[in-house]
Design a protein around this ligand. Sequence first.
Ligand SMILES: Cc1ncc(COP(=O)(O)O)c(C=O)c1O
Length: 910
Amino acid sequence: MNDRLAPNALLDPSDTFAERHLGSDAEEQRAMLAALGYGDLEELVAATVPASIRQAEPLRLSGLDDERPLGEHELLERLGQIAAKNRVFRSLIGMGYADCLVPAVIQRNVLENPGWYTPYTPYQAEISQGRLEALLNFQTLVADLTALPVANASLLDEATAAAEAMTMAYNAAKGRRGVFFAAADCHPQTLAVVETRATGLGIEVVVGDPATAELDQRLCGVLLQYPSTDGRLHDLAPVAERARAAGALTIVACDLLALTLLRPPGAFGADVAVGNSQRFGVPLGYGGPHAAFLACDERLKRLLPGRVIGVSKDARGRLAYRMAMQTREQHIRREKATSNICTAQVLLAIMAGMYAVYHGPEGLRRIARRVRLLTRVLAAGLERLGCTLPDGPVFDTLRVELDAERHGTADEVIARAHTRRINLRRLGAGALGITLDERSDRHEVEALWTIVDGYRAPSFNAGQLAVEIGEEPPPAPHARDGEILRHPVFHLYRTEHEMLRYLNRLERRDLSLTTSMIPLGSCTMKLNATSEMLPVSWPAFNALHPFAPVAQATGYRELIRQLETWLCEITGFDAFSFQPNSGAQGEYSGLMTIRAYHRSRGDDARDVCLIPVSAHGTNPASAVMAGLTVVPVACDERGNVDLADVRAKAAAHAPRLAALMITYPSTHGVFEESIREVCDAIHQAGGQVYLDGANLNAQVGLCRPAEYGADVAHLNLHKTFCIPHGGGGPGMGPIGVKSHLAPFLPTHPVIPVGGPQAFGTVAAAPWGSPSILPISWVYIALMGGRGLTDASRLAILHANYVAHRLGGEYKVLYRGERGRVAHELILDLRPFKKSAGVEAEDVAKRLMDYGFHAPTMSFPVPGTLMIEPTESESKAELDRFCDALLAIREEIRAIEDGRLDPVDNPLKNA
Ligand SMILES: Cc1ncc(COP(=O)(O)O)c(C=O)c1O
């Protein structure tokens, strides 16, 4: 019994959260502080975080009472009340999103399973074989259905995948062809993202009808949609042929379910195929997260963005998987990179791949045939009721021209549909779009007839019309020949038992946070608590279509507004955009915001971006995508950004200076004392400061980026704010801005968001991936201002404790002025190469033998390991990890002393 609890406190909830999230208790903290020579946490923080940037008052968050923290259950009840304000209608809006039946075995054992949702990107192949196989299934699925041989392991959404494909086309033409053609019947959000992306790269986008447009030699590529946004199946082969004759690439945005029946893009001349795999068993999620795909012809594979999984052999010659191409390669190329994609949509790609494994080719084709027949039955009935439908074959989407006298206007039909809790797409004053999906059935089709015909019940039913029109394959040239998905994996796991065991077998080959700490520096692999994850599965959050009328998403609006308020209070910014789906996409969005701001002031010439050499590779890659010229800034021997060099470069480029991108605390794991001076120097030269917020976990409650000089920053919600990494995604990279930048925040062509002078659109959905926002909301609500501040303090304590325990045997590369690291530390292993022939990779692999995931290898300094323990690990786990590294140091010493063979030793054989 805890006698210290006052009776009224005893009446408070017994399931408060902070002590579950924070790894070390008061006694363990005292022990660690004593080892470091500090009396309390505040003393340590004062020695770590520069006094010049500390926030003046404790962090308080609106609506949260630190004296009375919420219990997990009452908070979830409160969130349930917010969720209940969302109204979940059947959305037959289409536009790249189709509802589906998530197989329960996949929902429970992948989406809701920390064994699948907590691992990091599979950089360490030895402990990622399960995920790698699952991702290879996804790639095989995409390559097979698109009939293009090389597919990547996901992109952020269909719209950005189309933009990435445009960049491929531009680069394939070596930048010599500056025009890109896009068919007007692509989804509007795809056109918006492509047009925005083109501005940064200086590409001119021409939108038109591909059947009549002149395709000439100025074009690098042509983007087509199959089926089109309003459901039509055009024969695209002649367009592809004309594009080829003009020397341009053909890119086809397509639908994987339709391709089980339709001629694949690779067979009608496409060089690249892109699309959204959401309807393969992933909830709508009000826009995301979902996995987009990109497949291409063999000759373009070197230009492929994102990660590609390949088949290889292990040391004993057995089949093994590994990342064959990865974004890190792009990162190493920095400003020469062709894409900035880093975090992608791995968890969702795994779900989509597993959906295909579960259903197999026959199951998928049955779903597709059913959807197509229902759509044709719907069409036949609508024609009988006086609607006009375009001639030609369809898959799942109809363009319906209404008879004004009989049916009324599109708005009237849409209003009637709302009374039956159905959403339809408005395609004009007298036209509708209707998309059926896996959830559709004969009753829905009959209800649609009744709705369109002014609530009059038709004199026929769906069964009768199905018999009348019969099932027939898509007509030539659209029908697909031959088998699909012949790989054995799509034939082996048809029963639920087999599927369950397959999922479990793969999961057991991987290391996730369910096994041990994952000390990846810069990645913040902290607790992803179960209470945070539960709401992701609630239909009130995950069953909304992204373009459902906003009046149906009142709960979401409240949640997003609240989250924005809290993030503003935490960072000091004035407004946020939730559109970016990753940190790198946040970087790009932030820089585009800065550019729009400069332009609005007539400062068009500002196109130089200063970036320290220690920056993450996505920083220069994003700057180039935003049309900026990168000028590197030096770091000094202590790892700090060289203030003199910043001043010199800012002055030298003053008339053209757009921005500085800086990570704080630095990627070297240090709170630099000079951050204010650095920001001042940029402002004095007329530039803006972009802060890479990947390291916010060391700052919450201690200092605010907007107060010490940042104008805009992205936050990786998948680091600091507990969205799990999902094996390499999903993520969210919202950007916070000061008020002068708010008017330029990104908008959306379907649901207007952002500022009145928005620079454009960066994602397919208005708020990126809303269904994972409840994770961060729950984390913040449960922790409160005090809990979040404690999390930062403990992240710093744990890192310094690890540095202390290892510092005698390993060199800790960089420390702050008072000898302290921030929330992560870099161990320099380069000396061991000379003394024992041991490299960072050997130590990383040996750690796996001790049951740990390796720390981040060779970033930001080659030959080093970067460790980030986070606040969530217990002292016991930290000690276990330090003991493992100390034992490895002994093994290195044995090699150095000649007690172990330099080649045949536990490190080299790890
Ligand atoms: C310092 C830093 N900046 C940017 C990024 C890119 O973020 P994301 O992977 O969410 O695109 C990362 C990711 O690891 C990072 O560590």
